[in-house]
Design a protein around this ligand. Structure first.
Ligand code: C2E
Ligand code: CA
Ligand code: CA
Length: 548
């Protein structure tokens, strides 16, 4: 009976412990229960411990022990009912780690002490505190978000960060960079500390979780911060110019995974950074249709990725030789289908999910499926090249190169018939890493294409630093080419540029014969567009190949 009550109270505290260890002592029997994670981490005898105060005191660093024991005695004698202290504790591996320990005495109806319980935060294990700014860290953030969802509390979540901070580190050095972050952190704290909790996420991004702020108010505060930084931001007598980005999302539905909200928040932040010159972007405002439906749909799609990519399939769009107009390859394009939502095109879910930790799983599924289908296509026409799109987030993932070669081995796909399409956005990644990765691919005969060329910021620089085999000219330059001189000049420039780097050019979005004829003037080797074919399923592609 007593044990049952101890356990149920223990479970209740665990729900709100947000990743910290929980301990709970029945003061009448002096038996406590401790979190399994604490038992393992500190090599405690078991989850149920008799006279845990003394057992734990043994773990506390000798210099901190007296303080600790004095407080525990005061609690058990009834003098004190709060426990809030920091000390070092000995972990299983023999090192000391700093712990923050909080506890309270729970009294029975007559006011007699009944339980003593609380939480211990292991500041060493995951570092919930960021050492540069003193704010809660990414771990703290993730924990708090989970807690919010368990407690079903709605909130507005903000993400605020800097553009091209690495320039500051490069020019002024790392220590100065840290002082810049500290100064920024102080400004954020000043504006938002009354509004909720503030976090330093990875690198130069901060987050705020607030319960009492509307999206409109958040935008105002953000603009205030931005304006203040623009006017004067001085560190060590040096005026620093920073550009800020900001995004937000309202998390108010608990039937949706918190990870989905996190992905949507990062998407809003990226929109601010890459398309809105740092203006505040609220997720709700950038999705056209009903926002709740969109989040719901993203949530379902996300969970389908986790279920072996249920509902996903690939379509293939032909790529033809510009001279003969004969099929020379095809591009794999992903779709998702489900009874409730119908066929969902990739622009709806890829931009939102590509930074989700689950995305690489879909990426690998796409690669494998494209190679399996591709082998069937190659059986009919052995000269084809199969293009597969990659998100830059996939490239970043450790072990990516290895995994590609594993899939190639598994599917026995002939490597020299594979072309990987990447967008210019991958220039956000480390150039040295990209160069190395692409040279490994190219040594094996895998081609690399830059997709949507000309729409990014650094096209010329990109081609100069990273060798590619194919440059794909974005549809935006092609669709009005008959009427628009500037577009014609762009196409001319891009095709000559690509040629000077010995890359083949593929023009996308050839919707009619007019566009095709107009492009004849330029050095363009391949064409792709509705004029030749819309994307078709693998089965339809096989029929097409057989009838050719
Ligand atoms: P993208 O890589 O630029 O793909 C070309 C898109 O243009 C496709 O849209 C295709 O259906 C469409 N298209 C082709 N010809 C024409 C035309 O003549 N006129 C018009 N108006 N459109 C044409 P889709 O399939 O909706 O894909 C959209 C984007 O989603 C892709 O743009 C790509 O960025 C992304 N995506 C698609 N599949 C994948 C994938 O497997 N992985 C990744 N990472 N991204 C993908
Ligand atoms: Ca593409
Ligand atoms: Ca494209």
């Amino acid at each position: 009976m007593k044990k049952q009550r101890l356990d149920s109270l223990f479970e209740a505290i665990s729900i709100i412990a947000e990743g910290a260890y929980v301990y709970l002592c029945d003061m009448s029997t002096n038996i406590s229960r401790w979190s399994k994670t604490a038992v393992d981490y500190f090599a405690m005898p078991s989850e149920y411990i008799e006279n845990a105060g003394a057992v734990w005191a043994e773990k506390v660093h000798p210099d901190d022990r007296e303080n600790y024991s004095r407080n525990i005695e005061a609690i058990f004698s009834g003098e004190e009912s709060n426990h809030d202290m920091q000390y070092r504790a000995l972990s299983a591996d023999g090192t000391y780690t700093v712990c923050t320990c909080r506890g309270v005495v729970i009294r029975d109806n007559d006011g007699n002490p009944e339980y003593f319980g609380g939480i211990i935060r292991n500041n060493g294990a995951f570092s919930y505190i960021d050492t540069v700014t003193g704010m809660r860290s990414l771990y703290g953030y993730l924990d708090d978000i989970k807690g919010l969802f368990t407690r079903r509390e709605s909130a507005l979540i903000l993400m605020i960060g800097l553009t091209s901070f690495s320039d500051i580190n490069d020019v002024y050095g790392y220590k100065f960079g840290n002082r810049v972050l500290q100064t920024l952190a102080r400004r954020i704290r000043k504006l938002f500390s009354e509004r909720g909790s503030i976090y330093r996420m990875d690198g130069t991004r901060f987050a705020v979780i607030t319960h009492n702020t509307t999206a409109g108010e958040a935008e105002q505060l953000y603009n205030q911060l931005r304006e203040g930084i623009r006017k004067d931001f001085i560190v060590d007598d040096e005026k620093v110019s920073l550009s800020l980005n900001g995004g937000a999302i309202r998390a108010d539905r608990f039937d949706i995974a918190w990870e989905t909200f996190y992905s949507c928040l990062r998407y809003a932040y990226h929109e601010s950074k890459h398309h809105k010159f740092g203006s505040f972007v609220v997720f709700e405002d950038i999705v056209e249709a009903d926002n709740r439906k969109i989040i719901e749909r993203v949530n379902v799609i996300r969970s389908c990725i986790a279920e072996d990519c249920r509902g996903f399939y690939l379509c293939y769009q032909p790529i033809v030789d510009s001279e003969t107009e004969r099929l020379k390859g095809m591009e794999a394009l992903v779709r998702w289908k489900n009874d409730e939502y119908g066929i969902v095109p990739p622009d709806v879910f890829i931009p939102v999910l590509e930074q989700d930790s689950i995305f690489p799983e879909l990426g690998y599924w796409i690669l494998k499926q494209a190679m399996l289908d591709g082998r069937k296509f190659l059986d009919i026409n052995p000269n084809l090249v199969i293009n597969v799109n990659l998100s830059y987030a996939q490239l970043e993932k450790e072990g990516f190169v290895k995994e590609i070669f594993r899939i190639i081995d598994e599917t026995r796909f002939p490597v020299d018939h594979l072309c990987l399409e990447i967008t210019e956005r991958c220039r956000l990644l480390d150039t040295a890493m990209l160069k190395e990765m692409f040279s490994v691919f190219r040594e094996h005969g895998i081609r690399i294409a830059v997709d949507d060329f000309g729409t990014g910021f650094a096209s010329l620089g990109f081609l100069r630093s990273i060798p590619v085999d194919v440059v794909k000219i974005d549809r935006a330059f092609v669709k009005d080419i008959r009427k628009n001189v500037a577009d014609r000049n762009s196409v001319k420039f891009i095709s000559e540029l690509a040629d000077s780097f010995s890359a083949d050019v593929c023009a996308e979005g050839i919707e009619n014969a007019d566009i095709r004829d107009c492009l004849k003037e330029y050095k363009i080797g391949s064409l792709q567009g509705y004029l030749y074919s819309r994307p078709v399923t693998a089965e339809q592609m096989i029929e097409k190949l057989i009838s050719e």
